[in-house]
Design a protein around this ligand. Structure first.
Ligand SMILES: NC(=O)c1ccc[n+]([C@@H]2O[C@H](COP(=O)([O-])OP(=O)(O)OC[C@H]3O[C@@H](n4cnc5c(N)ncnc54)[C@H](OP(=O)(O)O)[C@@H]3O)[C@@H](O)[C@H]2O)c1
Length: 282
């Protein structure tokens, strides 16, 4: 079934689907097969990154599909070792050569790496790369409120999206509030906690799922959408790919949203990756 996924309009006027496809572990010939299957089901927003080592796989799937280039929203990220302005521009060009595209639809700074303090310079590079036509929409990932404030102060340019860890046990309420005030759309990475935190067997989520004759995964994605987020679940199997798009035919009540929001844990991160401390040096 080919789903027409609803879209959200970003602060720069671009529209992107509320559900995209994560690609950690999507590699090689099997990865191309998984991507082609996802395209057939209607996925158009594809989240890749240099440190997933699969920009070539994503590019190959795009070339093999019959879907026009302009229908895709291909999103990649700037690795931590390339935050200096000119290195960032060269890196974006290199990634485009690897994926075989003329531009990225969406591009993020992967992590702020605050100890290096180069993320404002990296942000200026993204602003320039957008002007050069290498990127359509620019955003960030794993940026805390202080990182957002600094790049906005230094450039006057507000990111369109901030891709952050967000799942039922770590729902990022305060961070989402900051995004709302700034006009930034929240994009949830690891919306299922990468299957590491047993979220699918949570009794509250299972009960809500039974009420709606849906799966726990579908309830989690529906909760995300009702919070106003984009989510990018990774799904390799056709069944999961299909399921994750069948979330626009039901609605969680105010009480069910409250129950989902109450599952938050202060130490709910799956891998303890606090952006204030975590450094990514691909
Ligand atoms: N910006 C960042 O720093 C950052 C960090 C981490 C991840 N990300 C992005 O976010 C994406 C998603 O996160 P993730 O890959 O860590 O994990 P995830 O999406 O939370 O979970 C993926 C796991 O859930 C399973 N799954 C998918 N749909 C399911 C369903 N309907 N029912 C049951 N199980 C289901 C998948 O299995 P199958 O594959 O077998 O279907 C896979 O094992 C990544 O792939 C990546 O693109 C970004």
């Amino acid at each position: 079934m080919n789903h027409n996924i609803p879209k959200v309009t970003l602060n720069d006027g671009h529209k992107i689907p509320l559900i995209g496809l994560g690609t950690v572990g999507t590699k090689g010939a099997s990865g191309v097969h998984e991507l082609l299957s996802a395209f057939e089901k209607g996925y158009r927003l594809i989240d890749t990154s240099t440190n997933y080592e699969n920009e070539g796989t994503v590019g190959e799937a795009i070339r093999r599909s019959s879907i026009p280039r302009e229908q895709f929203i291909i999103s990649s990220k700037l690795p931590g070792a390339h935050h200096k302005h000119d290195e960032a521009i060269y890196m974006i060009q290199e990634q485009l050569y690897r994926i075989g595209l003329a531009y990225f639809d969406k591009y993020l700074i992967h992590w702020p790496n605050p100890k290096d303090g180069l993320y404002p310079e990296a942000w200026k590079a993204l602003v320039h790369a957008q002007k050069y036509g290498l990127i359509r929409t620019i955003g960030v990932s794993n940026f805390l409120p202080e990182h957002l404030e600094r790049i906005i102060d230094e450039t006057g340019v507000v990111p369109a999206t901030n891709q952050i860890e967000l799942h039922p046990y770590f729902n990022q309420r305060e961070q989402r509030q900051v995004h709302e005030e700034l006009g930034i759309i929240t994009e949830s990475w690891s919306p299922f906690g990468r299957g590491k935190n047993d979220v699918f067997s949570d009794e509250v989520i299972k009960t809500i799922a039974e009420t709606h004759k849906k799966t726990p995964a579908q309830v989690i994605l529906r909760w995300n959408v009702q919070l106003g987020n984009i989510a990018i679940p990774k799904a390799g199997t056709e069944e999961h790919q299909e399921q994750n798009l069948q979330i626009f035919d039901f609605e969680l009540s105010t009480d069910e949203m409250f129950q989902m929001n109450s599952l938050n844990k202060s130490d709910g991160r799956i891998d303890n990756q606090d952006p204030a401390e975590y450094h990514e040096y691909t």
